[in-house]
Design a protein around this ligand. Structure first.
Ligand code: ADP
Ligand code: MG
Length: 346
């Protein structure tokens, strides 16, 4: 099988959203794809690359990998409040492995179809496994003003919210690396969070006109929140007890303090102390939840957006005029910060 047969078999689909009333005028097969955004909208564009050995294990389930490669990109559209339109896929493959490609494309297209987001082009080459997706989304303009959610809009006095769960993906990563022991009933759902993240696309759109700033959490809450704080010129206080409740596995672990130091595990296994779980929640990474801010008078609107998107949101802190990031517990006591967020070059 050659390059063109590969594209034809696994990535070109009949119709592919082209020709109808949708935004895709021309899909896979020519030198360019053609997109027709609605009048009065802006295009929102984002790229994310997944590299073997850095972002995923070489033996990861290819269907999950196809899902995640698109999910991390849709998460960026969600953070901007954009509606997904289409995406391109640049793929480097060490070899043509047909069962692998069939599973990868099925995972990819299942998520693409769920969001009405068509694959409209890409590039295919031989090389170490590497997946780069660019997504195109649409954000309405009202009276000529973009409704996109930005990192720069947080104001002192705003509430700080996070969607869904935090830290479970990191918990799974530690278990898969052998640095935390996790029984199957805990590992299974945590692993799904790591390998099949849910981009909060509906929530992002529902928060247009409600949230003052938003970001998606890919590198850990505190690290990504600090981008919002820098862009907005504000500080924040995060309640660590409220944040810790967002670890889905928390309630199952809490009453079993010795979990993680159990028998049969790798000798490098470290017990899952509260401090360590807090690190997973605040700086774990791979969550793909939204962190966003909104003024206190928008509390009902935030709850309405969460209900409309069928996505839980939790109020975990406040935006302050004083710069910097402070951690407090439920009693208001200062919590020391003993970890840093992920950075590819540090
Ligand atoms: P060109 O030589 O003009 O760059 P290619 O020969 O690389 O075009 O690709 C042929 C067509 O197949 C183009 O429409 C391109 O967008 C599409 N394509 C290539 N690789 C992929 C892929 N992995 N997924 C989807 N479409 C692809
Ligand atoms: Mg060409």
């Amino acid at each position: 099988m050659g390059e063109f047969e590969l594209i034809e078999r696994f990535f070109k689909r009949p119709g592919a959203g082209a020709g109808g009333s949708g935004p895709v005028s021309l899909g896979v097969g020519d030198d360019c794809a053609l997109l027709q955004p609605q009048p009065g909208t802006q295009l929102a564009i984002s790229s994310d690359m997944l590299v073997v050995g850095r972002h995923f294990f070489a033996d990861v389930d290819p269907a999950a990998l196809g899902h995640k490669a698109l999910a991390v990109n849709l998460s960026d559209l969600a953070a901007c409040g954009a509606r997904p339109l289409a995406f391109t896929l640049a793929l480097a493959l060490p070899e043509i492995n047909e069962p692998w490609l069939a599973a990868f494309s099925s995972g990819l297209f299942a998520l693409a179809d769920a969001h009405g987001c068509a694959l409209i082009g890409g590039d295919t080459t031989r090389g170490p496994l590497n997946i780069c997706i660019t997504v195109f989304g649409e954000v309405p303009c009202v009276n000529g003003r973009s409704q996109a959610l930005l990192r720069s809009g947080a104001q002192a006095g705003d509430d700080l919210y996070v969607s869904g769960n935090l830290g479970d993906a990191r918990l799974a990563l530690e278990a898969l690396r052998g640095t935390a022991a996790l029984e199957a009933r805990l590992l299974l759902p945590a692993r799904a969070r790591l390998e099949r993240p849910t981009p909060r696309v509906a929530l992002g759109q529902a928060l247009r006109g409600v949230a003052s700033a938003a970001i998606d959490i890919s590198d850990g809450l505190l690290g990504d929140l600090s981008h919002v704080l820098t862009a907005s010129g504000v500080g924040a206080t995060v309640n660590t007890d409220a944040a810790l409740k967002l670890l889905a596995a928390q309630s199952l672990i809490a009453h079993r303090p010795n979990l993680g130091s159990g028998t049969g595990a790798s000798t490098t296994t470290v017990p899952l102390s509260k401090q360590r779980l807090l690190e997973f929640v605040l700086a774990g990474g791979d969550d793909y939840e939204l962190a966003f801010t909104a003024p206190p008078q928008a509390r009902a609107a935030v709850q309405a957006a969460a209900a409309a998107a069928q996505t839980a949101v939790a109020h975990i802190g406040q935006i302050d005029a004083a710069l910097g990031l402070r951690l407090i517990d439920a009693e208001g006591r200062v919590v020391a910060r003993q970890f840093r967020s992920f950075d590819h070059f540090k």
